[in-house]
Design a protein. Structure first.
Length: 278
């Protein structure tokens, strides 16, 4: 049995199929860990969701910002934007079944020495903190008040994280960290910068390079930052290799850290990342 962690798919269904063929994936014994952003910007979000859902217990997901955006659009909380490509999901006959399944997926997966989340953590959070915070958001998202949570996440105030936050402010702040963070200050103030690490704004650093970060006792698996690219360090594995931007979709076999990649199927390489990749 092998465990493969796969970077942001973002609707690139053909690339996902080719990658699963490349690794000879066997759902009867192997496992897939998906770092989130299953949908949007690529050509076939519907195909991605259907195929992943059908794999059942062979898959572990950590939801990303584009996945939460799809849920918000489906509830009428957010409008579609010109570059969004989730209309196929919204118009599908099995739309409600897929959206309920997506809403009940977690924002984290903790197993052995690994913690998988979409974007990253604040430097003051421990691994135990992060797991508990993620569970709190997951309870809200999968529960009866999920619309109120999504409304607050996308239209409510955007306070920086502090332990004194309560209610929906607290949950929305946690969700923004887990699904959106790339750079921050040593005290945990986030920026929404999306460029290459060498152009990080003054006073900010990539979250994983903050001195004294309290989450170094596990290996954190993330996606989200296509401009960072594939990055393999002892306690951080970044797997968004920019498939939707015409680069590669990456799978990492956790047992021996072997890398498997396929080129994006059917799209010319884009020479620069879109600045609004959020």
């Amino acid at each position: 049995m092998a465990t493969y962690a796969i970077g942001d798919i973002q609707g690139c269904f053909n690339s996902l199929r080719h990658l699963l063929d490349r690794i000879s994936f066997r759902p009867q014994g192997d496992r897939l860990w998906l770092v989130g952003d299953l949908v949007n910007r690529g050509p076939d979000s519907l195909g991605v969701l259907r195929s992943i859902k059908q794999l059942g217990q062979a898959v572990r997901v950590a939801l990303g910002n584009h996945d939460l955006f799809l849920l918000a659009v489906a509830e009428g909380i957010m409008p579609l934007r010109p570059k969004d490509t989730i209309q196929d999901v919204l118009a599908a006959p099995d739309r409600e079944e897929l959206l309920v399944w997506l809403r009940k997926q977690p924002l984290h997966h903790r197993e052995r020495e690994y913690l998988m989340i979409h974007a990253g953590v604040l430097p003051q959070w421990t691994i135990a903190d992060t797991v508990q915070f993620a569970r709190d958001v997951e309870s809200a998202l999968s529960g009866p008040d999920y619309r109120a949570f999504l409304q607050h996440l996308f239209h409510g105030p955007t306070p920086e994280w502090t332990p004194s936050l309560k209610g929906m402010d607290r949950l929305a702040s946690i969700a923004r960290v887990l699904t959106r963070i790339r750079t921050c200050t040593p005290t945990g103030e986030m920026s929404y910068f999306s460029g290459t690490p060498d152009k990080t704004p003054a006073g900010f650093s990539p979250w994983f390079s903050i001195p004294g970060r309290r989450s170094t006792d596990a290996t954190i698996i993330t996606g989200h930052w296509a401009a960072l690219g594939l990055r393999l360090e002892p306690n951080h594995l970044a797997l968004d290799s920019g498939c939707v931007w015409g680069r590669q979709l990456t799978a990492l076999r956790l047992e021996d850290r072997s890398i498997f990649q396929v080129e994006h199927a059917g799209m010319k390489r884009r020479e620069r990342l879109a600045a609004d990749d959020q």
